[in-house]
Write a protein that binds this ligand. Structure first.
Ligand SMILES: [Zn+2]
Ligand SMILES: [Zn+2]
Length: 437
């Protein structure tokens, strides 16, 4: 979410309560929960499990499950780095997630996936699983135009290989980012008219190189220039939705974003519905467009109103801290949202077939045409180039990270594996087709 929601939600800070021991009382799990726990941990510890079973035939897999039960499976599905308006770099964010016991982290920066490679690299050191994500800024128009347009944030969760057509998504996101520059410039102009001689360069410097500025960057510049005492005041007086210095960007329609997420192998989730004026109409319309879930959990627990809304429209109930690393102001800590294991199971039940299918599509393209371009599509998030030597390595890498043995035993994957076994990858990323012997 934008800073507004965090700052202007008194309930969130007032009702924030510390949960003792992270998971609360040690209640005995029901049979359903135990089963869910097993299936979720299988996916979470896939890589470690498979590395160990390849190395030796001990009972590492079993001990991992036991370990995960002792340690709890913590998913953080909503977080921001300084690639958008967060304060921590992707690697610092991963480090903090690790310290807080997070096992699966979705990096969901606003309108960009540029932090994913760095997050993945850091995650390898800390044995955290990264879900490549993005939070897309959109707007919603009610049908018939009876209600005013509303800003709506849509979270997208992708597989380890990212979107099936990264180019389509990237074009969509870069249009939004361009709109954000314009919007921030308009806000500066409005502030100038309100007799605050704020400089555009100041805002751009705070946002950082290559980062599309948002309201929070404008607010920080206002604080630094001494026009307001703090961020909260900047939002409450000038930058709130429809405020005197507020400006809209050129966001796409929420329905368009959801269709694109679905078409590119992602899971689409409505972020912080509590910041919407018109949540029922929005959820109804977005469900028709293909929405998979809505946020319902926060660090202060489950919000019954939105949970009921999710039930009405048969949507996944998810949530995350929406951590920005601002510190203070009662911000929810990274990993502070305890999603119940049944929620995690339901999420993976919907997401995994989607991700499995998208990995298959990306690998199939490469197997059909093993070009540099198609290789780059598979290894999109590898930092500093991959160290793969042949096509088989490539497919094993994708498998080990994300697919269970069950998901791999699939005729389509076998066909891809066969095709790729004849492809070798040179260090420079150049492929040579080797005649099959
Ligand atoms: Zn948001
Ligand atoms: Zn957010």
């Amino acid at each position: 979410m934008d800073a507004t929601n965090n700052l202007s939600s008194p309930k969130k800070t007032a009702r924030k309560k510390k949960k003792r021991g992270g998971s609360g009382s040690k209640k005995k799990m029901t049979a359903e929960q135990t089963l869910a726990f097993k299936s979720v941990s299988e996916w979470v510890f896939l890589e470690q499990h498979q590395a160990s079973s390849a190395a030796a035939s001990d009972d590492f897999g079993v001990s991992l499950v036991q370990k995960s039960i002792a340690n709890k499976l913590l998913f953080e599905l909503h977080s921001h780095s300084n690639c958008s308006d967060g304060f921590l770099s992707p690697s610092k964010l991963v480090e903090r997630a690790h310290e807080n016991g997070v096992k699966v982290l979705a990096l969901t920066d606003h309108d960009t996936m540029s932090g994913i490679p760095e997050a993945l690299e850091a995650a390898r050191r800390h044995r955290i699983k990264i879900i490549p994500g993005v939070e897309i800024s959109t707007k919603f128009y009610s049908r018939g135009g009876s209600a005013p347009e509303e800003p709506v944030h849509i979270l997208a969760y992708y597989s380890s290989c990212g979107p099936t057509s990264f180019e389509d998504l990237e074009k969509f996101l870069s249009n939004i980012r361009d709109g954000r520059y314009l919007r921030a410039k308009n806000m500066v102009l409005k502030l100038n008219k309100l007799k605050f001689p704020l400089k555009w360069e100041h805002v751009a410097k705070i946002a950082g190189k290559g980062v599309a500025p948002g309201r929070v960057h404008v607010a920080r510049a206002m604080v630094e220039a001494g026009y307001v005492e703090n961020l909260k005041q900047a939002f409450a007086r000038y930058l709130y939705d429809g405020g005197p210095a507020y400006s809209t960007g050129s966001e796409p329609l929420a329905e368009e974003a959801i269709k694109l997420i679905c078409d590119t192998g992602g899971v689409a989730v409505l972020a912080h519905p509590w910041s919407l004026k018109n949540p029922v109409a929005i959820v109804k319309s977005l469900k028709e467009a293909g929405l998979h879930g809505i946020e319902v959990y926060r660090s202060d627990g489950k919000l019954a109103v939105y949970s009921d809304l999710a039930d009405t429209y048969d949507l996944l109930k998810l949530g995350g801290s929406d951590y920005h690393g601002r510190g203070g102001h009662g911000e929810s800590e990274l990993g502070s949202v305890n999603l119940p294991v049944l929620v995690l199971r339901d999420f993976l039940k919907v997401a995994r077939p989607i991700w499995c299918c998208s990995i298959r599509r990306i690998l199939e393209n490469y197997a059909e045409e093993p070009s540099d371009l198609n290789l780059a599509r598979v290894t999109r998030f590898e930092k500093g180039g991959s160290h793969l030597s042949c096509g088989k390595d490539l497919i094993d890498r994708c498998f080990n990270l994300w697919l269970t043995s069950e998901e791999r035993q699939n005729a389509d994957f076998e066909a891809i594996r066969l095709k790729l076994s004849h492809v070798s990858i040179h260090k420079g990323g150049i492929q040579v087709l080797i005649e099959s012997t």
